[in-house]
Design a protein around this ligand. Structure first.
Ligand SMILES: CC(C)(COP(=O)(O)OP(=O)(O)OC[C@H]1O[C@@H](n2cnc3c(N)ncnc32)[C@H](O)[C@@H]1OP(=O)(O)O)[C@@H](O)C(=O)NCCC(=O)NCCS
Length: 174
């Protein structure tokens, strides 16, 4: 049984993808979520941003199964963006995996000089981002779906200098 379908308590490590297996796992999860589940892209969600973006992952279990991912990229000056946030279906709302990925995304970018961190957030996820101290700037339609351009309040996201090591998250917040 895959970890993403297990009912056992979930503990995940949130970190920079540092191996081919972690990057491949992230690519597969993105395909599963954005092409399969959401139907936002036809067959492949990769784009030009992937040539420069850093991939972050949430891994769990003895085999380091990738159960979450997000990417971050530098857009000039001190502006960074996050995109393609995805958590495996059955790992959602269990161990703060999505929140952990957002925390590492913004913290790692801050450690690299970010002073403005932005994301186009799908409308149904705006309450989650607001809860995590993001401010909506304006609405926009992307890939035919309503999104909100949102900005992270960096005062809630200290810089994270060791993204390659990362941190763990679990249901009890450990
Ligand atoms: C959005 C997503 C990444 C959230 O991942 P997750 O691991 O379930 O998120 P967390 O467990 O960290 O949730 C953090 C908080 O937000 C809440 N939350 C999660 N998804 C939410 C939603 N869609 N709307 C409102 N609140 C939400 C959780 O209940 C939790 O609140 P709590 O701390 O009070 O319990 C995941 O649902 C997903 O991959 N969705 C499909 C792809 C997608 O929509 N990507 C984002 C594009 S912007």
């Amino acid at each position: 049984m895959s970890l993403a379908t297990s009912t056992a308590q979930l503990t995940a490590r949130i970190k920079l993808a540092t191996t081919v297996a972690q990057r491949d796992g992230a690519r597969q999860l993105r395909k599963q979520v954005f092409c399969g589940e959401q139907g936002l892209f036809n067959g492949d969600d990769r784009d030009q941003i992937d040539t420069t973006a850093l991939t972050l992952v949430a891994i769990a279990g003895p085999d380091g199964e990738v159960i979450g991912t997000v990417r971050i990229h530098h857009a000039g000056d001190d502006i960074w963006w996050g995109s393609r946030l995805a958590v495996a279906c059955s790992a959602r709302r269990q161990a703060a995996v999505g929140s952990g990925l957002i925390k590492l995304a913004v913290g790692a970018a801050q450690a690299l000089g970010c002073r403005t961190f932005l994301a186009h957030v799908q409308q149904q996820n705006v309450p989650m981002f607001e809860q995590l101290h993001w401010d909506p700037l304006h609405d926009v339609v992307m890939h035919g779906r309503p999104h909100s351009l949102m900005r992270a309040d960096l005062s809630f996201y200290p810089p994270i200098h060791d993204a390659d090591i990362g941190f763990t998250c679990s249901r009890d917040g450990a």
